[in-house]
Design a protein around this ligand. Structure first.
Ligand SMILES: [Zn+2]
Length: 256
């Protein structure tokens, strides 16, 4: 979003836009998320709903009074359901004013093909902060991120029989790999806690964690910090992991 907002400032800015203009009223309004000709749409609940697109279409049916073009951003574009995607498609096909639209997604393949074909696709490969500290290539990082996501989904949502699940899922991984997964987990729970403090929710791939309570997340963070210390010692990996999921279970079952 930060990068994209800079791109948009670049389009609107009345000064010669530099990294941080913030002087002109347009850049300032973008920072405040208060520029009427810029609309950011994100999922309302699980999906982006048809009404949200209809409202956008209505708002942008006339030329903007503020800027030459109106701009909209669709966050998590893969979460348009069939109704909203079809409405979006009509909007793309029959624009009634000067409009620029950005669709952001981590799952391009889940965006309706007819929408994709009407867009210019720009792949962005961000150097990831978490990645930097882990010293992985982007591909490696994404690989571990995926592993972590699946693992967390199973222990937090599916509530599998955790010890058995550990054995089937993690048994091929060595200590270094497990450590990377734990570190990514730590990072995700940290982000989640931060979001909760600000009364926000996580967006992106780990939204399924949002349902955890503050205390639950806090408990998991303490546990992970403890485990990351412990794993640097010469531990029996299998026992270590069994203990880990038992603790996770304990935290999940605590009535808070
Ligand atoms: Zn500016």
């Amino acid at each position: 979003m930060e990068v994209l907002l800079n791109v948009i400032k670049n389009i609107f800015c009345v000064n010669e836009f530099q990294d941080k203009c913030n002087k002109c009223s347009l850049c300032h309004l973008i920072d405040l998320n208060n520029l009427p000709s810029l609309r950011i749409i994100e999922p309302d609940g699980q999906f982006i709903k048809k009404d949200q697109i209809l409202e956008l279409k209505h708002l942008f049916s006339k030329d903007s009074l503020y800027t030459k073009e109106s701009i909209y951003i669709i966050k998590n574009a893969e979460r348009m359901n069939k109704d909203s995607a079809n409405t979006m498609l009509k909007f793309l096909e029959e624009p009634t004013s000067d409009v620029i639209g950005f669709f952001i997604t981590n799952e391009k393949d889940n965006v309706m093909l007819t929408i994709q074909s009407r867009c210019q696709i720009i792949e962005v490969d961000f150097e990831n902060d978490d990645n930097e500290t882990l010293n992985l290539t982007n591909d490696e990082y994404n690989y571990y991120l995926d592993l972590t996501k699946t693992y967390l989904e199973n222990i937090e949502i599916e509530k599998k029989k955790l010890i058995l699940y550990n054995k089937e899922y993690l048994s091929d991984l060595d200590k270094d790999k497990i450590t990377i997964i734990l570190k990514i987990m730590l990072k995700k729970y940290q982000e989640l806690l931060e979001a909760k403090v600000k009364n926000k929710t996580l967006t992106g791939d780990f939204t399924f964690l949002n349902k955890l309570s503050y205390n639950n997340v806090k408990g998991k963070l303490d546990l992970l910090i403890e485990c990351l210390k412990e794993i640097t010692y010469n531990v029996n990996l299998e026992l270590f992991l069994d203990k880990f999921v038992l603790k996770v279970d304990e935290i999940n079952n605590e009535i808070i």
